[in-house]
Design a protein around this ligand. Structure first.
Ligand code: NAG
Ligand code: NAG
Ligand code: NAG
Ligand code: NAG
Ligand code: NAG
Ligand code: NAG
Ligand code: NAG
Length: 498
């Protein structure tokens, strides 16, 4: 597949948090794409600034890694006839980068300027006189002191369903280019010739190679990123397409990307066509925002239910430990005997209808119907069924997702034991156990699974600070600041370029 991605490397890396790429086309008009957008990612100027701090590392790598080709030529001179020359072994030394600044240009792209790149180029000049000369007879080492400003104006666009960037607008300005010939034993006219020739040639060579190399490093980085952060989330057989619906929008203060958020499972795919997204739902003061519609979560839970994910078996000490929770209702004899006396009691709980969730400013309310069995071996099995509604809020800390549940309804719709009628107290115990033991346990299992999904996307790699999750009407808003771990970039550059 041809790859068009070659943005400024670190901004690209950031954009990858808002993963891109998709399998279908892109809608030309952003506003009309909102309706089909399940997930939105907004990356603000402060976030881009964090990445820009690391840009110099990438530029440095581009300079150091560039291969400067040998150059050959000949020149006619008034008195000596022709001089044939070659320029070989060009190497870069003592590279230092002054500073790197960038701007977001609304509707256009990103402008980056890397100023005061100072470097010393070393190489060898070979030369000979006259057109008859086949072998270059003389050689002299040279050194060039240079000071360069570098500008790149990548344009972001949507191409074949993925974010692409055009970095062809790349330029170099030379402030200084001073040649020193080793030994200085050459005649003055020759020195003059080489100064003009080398200054001119080196400019061309460096210019061509550096822009090319920046492109290349950016592409390698893009591959690296897209290896870590894929265009879909995968949970077993459940796949969530997070390709983009339209080109990202750039304003003076943020870059925003629009993603489908469609769940595919068992050969069917969800559809989003009435999304409620509007840019005014997000602010601009945090570094990174995610907007996620209920229309993304619901099909995911439906698929999870169909795939038998929403199931839990608990036995052994884990089960005994769970029932140590302090409940106000006394534990019925049957349960006590089951837990203490049967050989290997087991509790099985599973979703028995498709769960449904609806987010409002109070939280995400999850409606579910669940069935359970407490299997006590020879003592029999307690079966029960319940309807629950839980208001769930989420938070993220220490690289883990936390879910907090507040049950708003717990109804035991059915309960039975083979040889026993359940009385009111027993039913009440089951209800309380579901509320105080069952729901927290289910959420804690979900926490672990969802943290795994986030880690698949490389979330754990970033130093996330003060993340907040806000429930809103019909969607969840997640916002955070982050630091870009220096070691991540250094490792990457070392592995790929050495
Ligand atoms: C290049 O760096 C080396 C080692 O840091 C130093 O000895 C040398 O003087 C530098 N060359 C120039 C021309 O600054
Ligand atoms: C570039 O470096 C020179 C000397 O090292 C300094 O005088 C100048 O202010 C620098 N310019 C920028 C834009 O950093
Ligand atoms: C998958 O879909 C087919 C029909 O499209 C259905 O018969 C089957 O039960 C589904 N499997 C699951 C696990 O939902
Ligand atoms: C999906 O459809 C393909 C062909 O249409 C079929 O080979 C495959 O078994 C189906 N998968 C499921 C899970 O139904
Ligand atoms: C739970 O237990 C049932 C019955 O013992 C078994 O069929 C099922 O595979 C178990 N599920 C898990 C996730 O262990
Ligand atoms: C259990 O609950 C009772 C009354 O509700 C209370 O007195 C007791 O301190 C609680 N024990 C624990 C360990 O929470
Ligand atoms: C979901 O919540 C919204 C308010 O956010 C409410 O208007 C709507 O009726 C709710 N839907 C269901 C099915 O409860």
């Amino acid at each position: 597949m041809p790859r068009a991605v070659s943005p400024p490397p670190l901004l690209l890396l950031l954009l990858s948090l808002c993963v891109f790429r998709a399998s279908h086309g892109c809608l030309p008009d952003t506003a009309s794409a909102y309706r089909f957008t399940g997930i939105v990612c907004r990356l603000t100027y402060p976030a881009a600034a964090v990445l820009n701090e690391k840009t110099t590392k990438v530029i440095e790598a581009a300079f150091k890694h560039a291969k400067y080709p040998s150059v050959k030529g000949e020149k006619s001179l008034l008195f000596t006839g022709k001089v044939t020359y070659g320029l070989d072994n060009l190497e870069i030394h003592n590279l230092s980068i002054g500073r790197s600044v960038f701007e977001l240009h609304p509707g256009e792209g990103i402008a980056m300027e890397i100023s005061n790149v100072s470097a010393i180029f070393r190489g060898t000049i070979q030369y000979g006189y006259g057109s008859w000369l086949v072998n270059l007879a003389h050689s002299v080492d040279f050194e060039i002191e240079s000071q360069i400003d570098l500008g790149i104006n990548p344009k972001l666009y949507c191409s074949e369903g993925k974010v692409a960037a055009d970095t062809s607008d790349c330029y170099l300005n030379f402030h200084k280019l001073r040649l020193h010939l080793q030994g200085d034993k050459e005649p003055n006219w020759l020195k003059k010739l080489f100064t003009d020739f080398i200054t001119f040639t080196v400019k061309l060579v460096i210019k061509g190679q550096i822009c090319k190399e920046i492109n290349k490093v950016a592409n390698i980085l893009a591959d690296f990123i897209q290896d870590t952060a894929k265009e879909f989330l995968k949970i077993g057989d459940i796949v969530v397409d997070i390709g983009i619906t339209t080109a990202p929008v750039i304003t003076a203060n943020y870059i925003e990307s629009y993603h489908k958020g469609l769940t595919s499972y068992n050969n069917t795919s969800s559809v989003i066509s009435e999304s409620l997204f509007h840019p005014s739902q997000l602010t601009e003061d945090r570094m990174l925002y995610f907007w996620v519609s209920d229309q993304v979560f619901n099909p995911m839970f439906t698929a999870a239910h169909q795939d038998g994910y929403l199931k839990l078996n608990i036995s052994g000490p884990e089960l005994t430990e769970l029932f140590k929770t302090n409940l106000s209702n006394a534990m019925p004899d049957f349960t006590r005997k089951c837990l203490l006396e049967s050989a290997s009691p087991e509790l099985r709980v599973w979703s028995s209808s498709v769960p449904y969730l609806n987010t409002s400013t109070l939280g995400t309310r999850v409606w579910a119907q669940a069935s359970g069995q407490l299997d006590c071996g020879s003592q029999g099995t307690l079966s029960f069924q319940m309807d629950v509604a839980v208001d769930v809020t989420a938070s993220y800390a220490d690289k883990k997702l936390f879910l907090h549940g507040n049950p708003s309804k717990v109804l035991v719709s059915h309960a039975e034991m083979p040889s026993q009628l359940l009385d009111k107290a027993q039913l009440e115990f089951i209800r309380e156990a579901v509320e105080k033991i069952g729901i927290p346990k289910a959420l804690s299992v979900l926490e672990i699974e969802l943290t795994k999904v986030l880690d698949q996307q490389g979330t754990y790699l970033f130093d996330i600070s003060n993340p907040e999750v806000f429930p809103r009407d019909g969607f969840v808003l997640i916002q955070m600041d982050f630091g870009f771990p220096h070691h991540l970039l250094v490792d990457f550059l070392r592995k790929t370029l050495q």
